[in-house]
Design a protein around this ligand. Sequence first.
Ligand SMILES: NC(=O)c1ccno1
Length: 242
Amino acid sequence: MRIDVVTIFPGYLAPLREALLGRAVGTGLLDIAVHDLRDWTHDVHQAVDDAPYGGGPGMVMRPHVWGEALDDVLAADPRPARLVVPTPAGRPFTQAAAHAYAAQERLVFACGRYEGIDQRVVDHYAASMPVDEISIGDYVLVGGEVAVLVVVEAVARLLPGVLGNPRSAAEDSFSDGLLEGPAYTRPEVWRGHAVPEVLRSGNHGAIARWRRDRALERTAERRPDLIAALPPDALDEADRAL
Ligand SMILES: NC(=O)c1ccno1
């Protein structure tokens, strides 16, 4: 997979070269290119924003700079791309979206700043390619860069070969529509808190049942919306007896 990120703060994306993502780049599983939007300005001030039509606070990012940048970035690789624009006004980014993105050959991220990018940029590219305006949560960041880090990590870990144990992704929170339950490791007792005995029993059926029950309890308590969204056949008789 190739990932391009266009931003006025390339340094914000440095973590993409670290740890798991850095190894994925090093092994060729992931190809990441970060571009400075200001490279496509032509004025001495390298201006990328201007006052909003209709008035209001803040500045809006200028369409012609973005258009020149995205034209060049998209033309740099023949693989079909999806343009992703993080914004608080976007559709929620979910684990399902992460899986969908992991199946893409190429993702191009446009990082807005200020009051965002002139809407005509999204409208223009949406006429010729898939474009998603996505949100990583109901809060407002200073720009799209941090959201890109979140999305890229959520997507990259799903790529075959990136995680050491592929079962990790298969048993993630949300993989079965539920939150993951609690996890424990040694020692058996820590500051008077003992590991649940069933996890030390070696009884794999009982362990699986216990884990499912804890996941159902946690999800019902913290995210009842996920329980409500489960397909009718998702809960078996033992689940319903909980
Ligand atoms: N909530 C978000 O995804 C976001 C992106 C930029 N600012 O906020």
